[in-house]
Design a protein around this ligand. Sequence first.
Ligand SMILES: [Zn+2]
Length: 213
Amino acid sequence: MEYKPKVITGKVTGTGWPIDGHVLWFSQWDYDNRENWHLYGWEDSEDEAVMQTVFQTETEAGLCLFDTLEKFAENWKAKKWEPQGSFCLPLDKVEVLEVKQEESTNNTREQLRAHGFDLTPRKQTDRGGIICLPLDKNLNGDVQAKHPDWEPVECPTCGRKCWKHPEADRLAKEQDAKMLCTECAIKAGLLSPFRKEGPNRAQRRRAKRERRK
Ligand SMILES: [Zn+2]
């Protein structure tokens, strides 16, 4: 049986970020011992707050691909942004409003451990033991000009070209984190892909159409 995380809607409090007071979708996973809420999706009305928060937290973590909120917003709205990791909040920062899906377990954690991923939660800005390398195909082609300190590397799993920022080496060393391209990380279930299964625009539109019938 396929592993399914618990999925809820909940109100965010006390983070000091623009998402405070907003109701978002979160998931909870067994790979980090259910110690965090992972951002899972959000309604259009919450998009601005989520975008500002993600820009702020990625910038603080040294992982943001864009220098200004303006540039970031442009890419975000064009749906070109890809998550640099799973966005997590401690359990006490989310007030659960509704359970949308109960967790259904399998032996995911054991399988990951067998592959050398021993995942333990650290702090909010951490990426659950995985450093995501942005895939070249998802970038504009001007990476070297914009980020002269980035290094082209191959994803250790799929071999596709991705980019490594200097911070990645530090994190890998200090936190014994592993590097994967974003897609491999998502495939391995190490990241909850934003919007992928949440109430995204297309799904909501479809639901609306269904209701009208
Ligand atoms: Zn890969």
